[in-house]
Design a protein around this ligand. Sequence first.
Ligand SMILES: [Fe+2]
Length: 312
Amino acid sequence: MATTLGHDTAEDIPGLTTTRAPFIEAARAHGELYIEQPYDLYNGENHEAWRQLFARMGDRWQRYANPRFLQGVETLCLDPSAVPRLEDVNKFMAPRTGFKAKAVSGYVPAYLFFDSLRKREFPTTITIRDAGRLDYLPEPDIFHDIAGHVPMHTDPAFADALVRFGEAAQTAVHIVKRIKDPDEQVRRTTSIMKAMARFFWFTVEFGLMRAPDGKGVKAYGSGLLSSYGELQHSIESPMVQRYPIQLEWVINQYFEIDHYQPLLFIVESFEHLFEQVGVLEDWMKQGKLDNVSPGEPSLSEVDVRSFIEASA
Ligand SMILES: [Fe+2]
């Protein structure tokens, strides 16, 4: 049997590459969302992709990542040379915040995803991008999820903000439940979800935070922290507009996922982020998320149904 850490070729082991992973295709065909991480299926190319991604991020993280992220990377003891085992990651993360990475076969419908956060579970992609295509890709992979998101989950204040976001999703379900007219139910659910998705995007995925010394900003959003090019661009480029977070702006601001973000928002601290999630939830209760501006992100029927079905 081939070893997992050797330099096997793609012919020896099928691999778990974003573009080609027979194991994942089979899981999806069987409707299995939560899966085991079949570690032996990673081939040499997959480990090489991880090694290259990890190696080139080192300096950029030191320069542009917020200090809690850097601590998180250390806490997780990630191996620079091999795709991580979720089991090992959880061994270091769970004792700190209770968060656990849980392997999934693909896209998790919005409500299920947010509700997982409430339960301190993080649905985690286990495929990895093609070694020949290391730069930004719109869909998540294990580098984005484990090297971009999970180090932040070792921080108690950030973890609490995520849980509070999951609780806000539950509040949304209670609100949706009270709407009797089916068309109105879909319309308001879509608007509330759009607001939530925008908030999540401009904070958890692409958030900036004031540096602890008050000078400049650092990244805490996973989309930035897992992108070699965009991490530097987000902090250095004059092409990016950076503003203190304003909730009424965030929830009405469309975004596109296929290019570097031209507009980013800054929080003061994770306590500030936590508080903003609370305001989002209050606004939801007051009906202020019922008519947000149209435009991206467009929500799939699966996402909208996931909220409505949870309310049934
Ligand atoms: Fe993400």
